[in-house]
Design a protein around this ligand. Structure first.
Ligand code: PLP
Length: 394
């Protein structure tokens, strides 16, 4: 990879060391340019007229996302964030009393709360797939659990918001397919970071966001839904974009995945998402994944050698999200210290509220999270380690 070019494309790296790519990564110039140009066009022409001028580019966003995850453009819906994309999929599934949802200990609270809501409203049952000794979903346990014909859905994140393992999603997908069970994949922390191929994974539905490892703008995301399922699935919400009003008594839902979208959208951000996907594809997802894993393993190694610091990620494959605890300091203090004065190093804090099952199981209240991207460098990691070494003792 041409790291110098990657950094030259990323104005933010001149100002700070950004290890919060799992929160929101620094946008590269092509993304910033397409969005600012579009906002200027809106100011000069009017919002609808500007979108009309960019109709071709807006259509291409679906093709770009399709290339990123190996899907057809008509299997993609562009939705304002991963949460709403996921919700549109989950709440549209015909889950009823006694239907079982299988999820992982690493599930995101934003997804787990909807499971609890449908447990309350529709009587579904939630079961947690145990982990194997390395900390990822146990495939033999999953296979066993899939033997119960009340299981209607497997739903989990490929990478948790608080790091940990990269789940074996191709194996999980194969088991779900063999059992005839739907697989909803939360790829929010995966897209842009690692290869995500819906054909290889065999997931039926996938939700993702723009602003994290894809390096797109905030307030954008997308949903993938397999074509044959899309045609059968009535969205939980409809409007005049997802459906057409034919008469005072009838409507027709559109055939493609855009039946899960709604009319109004941030057009500049949608173009920004498209530019971010194109940028990632130009860099090459596989080389970026290799570099992210290399930097993350360098960072884990350096952290492990710091007195009082314990890296916290498990799993046979680990991602760019590096988590650790510090014996002498809380995660908020670590975050504040690294950001402070002339250091300007962005890390963040993951609390048990966003991944409660996993944190409870590991007896953790919170972890510090330093999430690296391909544009980060070993020198930046060394600067963070040096800053941690200088952290005053309490
Ligand atoms: C694993 C996971 N899933 C879903 C989400 C929600 O994404 P969004 O904020 O784009 O709705 C996040 C955000 O941190 C996440 O880490």
């Amino acid at each position: 990879m041409n790291i110098e070019q990657l950094r030259a494309d990323t104005p933010g790296v001149e100002q700070l060391i950004h290890f919060n790519n799992a929160g929101a990564a620094l946008m590269p110039d092509p993304v910033i340019d397409v969005m600012t140009r579009h906002l200027q066009l809106e100011a000069r022409l009017g919002g609808y007229e500007a979108a009309g001028q960019r109709a071709f580019e807006l259509e291409n966003v679906y093709g770009s996302i399709g290339r990123l995850i190996n899907a057809r453009p008509d299997e993609i819906a562009v939705i304002e964030n991963a949460t709403r994309a996921w919700d549109m999929a989950f709440y549209s599934l015909p889950l009823g009393p006694g239907d079982v949802v299988l999820t992982s200990t690493t599930e995101y609270a934003g997804n787990y709360i909807p499971y609890l809501q449908l447990k309350k409203l529709r009587g579904i049952e939630i079961r947690i797939i145990p982990n194997d000794e390395q900390g990822q979903v146990s495939l033999p346990a999953l296979q066993d659990m899939l033997g119960d014909d009340r299981v209607a859905l497997v739903s989990l994140p490929v990478i948790a918001t608080n790091g940990g393992p990269v789940q074996p999603i191709e194996e999980i997908g194969a088991l779900a397919r063999a059992a005839g069970v739907l697989f909803l994949l939360d790829a929010c922390q995966g897209v842009g970071q690692m290869p995500i191929d819906v054909q290889k994974i065999g997931c039926h539905l996938l939700a993702a966001t723009s602003r994290k490892y894809l390096r797109g703008p905030r307030g954008m995301g997308f949903l993938y839904i397999e074509k044959s399922l899309c045609e059968r699935l009535e969205p939980a919400f409809l409007d005049l974009h997802s459906a057409a009003l034919l008469s005072p008594d009838s409507y027709e839902i559109r055939a493609d995945a855009r039946r899960f979208e709604n009319w109004e959208c941030n057009v500049a951000a949608k173009l920004g998402l498209g530019a971010a996907v194109d940028y990632a594809l130009t860099q090459g997802i596989e080389p970026m994944w290799q570099r992210i894993q290399h930097l993350a393993s360098h960072l884990r190694h350096r952290l492990a050698n710091l007195p009082g610091v314990a890296p916290q990620d498990s799993g046979s494959v680990k991602s760019g999200i590096v988590t650790f605890t510090h014996q002498g300091h809380g995660a908020a203090q670590v975050q504040q210290w690294l950001a402070g004065q002339d250091k300007r190093i962005n890390v963040t804090t993951s609390t048990f509220r966003s991944t409660l099952l996993d944190m409870q199981q590991r007896g953790l209240q919170e972890v510090s999270r330093a999430s690296v991207h391909a544009y980060n460098t070993e020198a930046e990691i060394d600067a963070m380690i040096h800053a941690l070494e200088r952290m005053p003792r309490r």
